[in-house]
Design a protein around this ligand. Sequence first.
Ligand code: GDP
Length: 467
Amino acid sequence: MIFDKMISIFSDDTICALATAPGGAMATIRVSGNRAVEITDSLFRTPSGKRVADMLPYTAIHGEIFDADEATVDDVMVLLFRAPHSYTGEDVAEITCHGSRYIINRILSRLIQQGCRQANPGEYTMRAFLNGKMDLCQAEAVADLIASSNAATHNMAMSQLRGNFTQRLRQLRDRLLHITSLIELELDFSEHDVEFANRSQLLSLANEIHGHIERLVNSFNTGVAIRQGIPVAIIGKTNVGKSTLLNRLVHDDKAIVSDIHGTTRDTIEDVTQIHGLTFRFIDTAGIRNTSDTVEQIGIQRAYQKLEEASIVIWITDTVPNMEEVDDILKRTERKRLIAVVNKIDRQEPPYDPLIGMGQGRGIPIVNISAKHGINMEELEEVIFKAADIPDVQQNDVVVTNVRHYEALSHALNDIIRVEDALHADISADLLSEDLRACIQHLAEIVGGEITTEETLQNIFSKFCVGK
Ligand code: GDP
């Protein structure tokens, strides 16, 4: 078996861990490995005397976990899966108990006393990979699924988990192998000076593969924007209502966002969801409390922050002078700009200079009152449109992972070299080298015999314990 070496590195102990989030009414502890049934039976009893070992797979049994002194720890349900038909591909017993920290710890320490080892982060999923239950990019999708925080991230992870990405890579591999076989046939007969593979036919096959890989590489921008949130900066002079607007935009969602282990988002930020997409507001706190005398410095700082944003909301509450408007336009040339006129509850919006501003670049202008919540839905709609993110469905393949992006970028360079070589009519042996490199780079994504221990540890250490 190709993973023999890794299995010897990653032990085949029977492992246990809490699989559910702490704090709920119920909790599930997962036991996986050769001795899962035997160990569970050693601390579990039923009134009828039935053992877990007697159970049919996929059935549940009610009983109790008892302590070393025979006292009952908790009333539980045990659900049994038998190898290879389980998540890990091993025997698995899932013990569902009451959600008390004390009970969970007692059961875990009893399992450890009886011969289990506490699972490492991601160890269940790593075993699933090592036992051929899923490939590497599907395993990574599990972590993404757990961390998904909106419809788009959920759809991307689901698609990857279901194997759509794997399928796409397999199709590319088949096409590359087809070209390789044509060329290698030619190599075998090289002394006869025959050309089996028509060069222009090969070139069009290579172009096609190039197109597919390039589309995947390009989808990474969308993937990152969806996963990390689309960066938005709110800029404008002091007291125009930036903080009030930010608070109103993020108000309802703040509680939903949490720092989930395994996500790329490290800190809790000002984020909001609009139509299932996450928008991340870049902190321009530096100018929030700036007094009028240092206003210019504050604005400078906001401009620096602006570099990180792909959408800029420029907010004003008075008639801006043309100089200010020109300055904003110049600095946001490569951004999607939205002009917001705030405090319309107090006055008529200052139309004229702004209408001029919107012309040419098609900059939307939205009149709002951040304080009174007037026209906020319209503003959200405009922000959503500015994001210009395609609607991700559950079958779409969007690259979200840096590891995949890097492998695809290498594969793209390989296929470009193949195309160049075909153009230049370079000999078949050089062509096949680049083709093999391209196949190899695509294979790294799904993993296999070439996957190093370091890569695996890197991937699975980002998981939570219990998955
Ligand atoms: P910032 O300095 O740009 O962040 O501005 P703030 O959000 O701190 O707001 C400055 C002042 O304007 C505060 O007193 C807000 O209550 C007020 N303000 C914000 N939005 C509105 C609005 O829509 N209407 C009115 N009348 N006042 C507002």
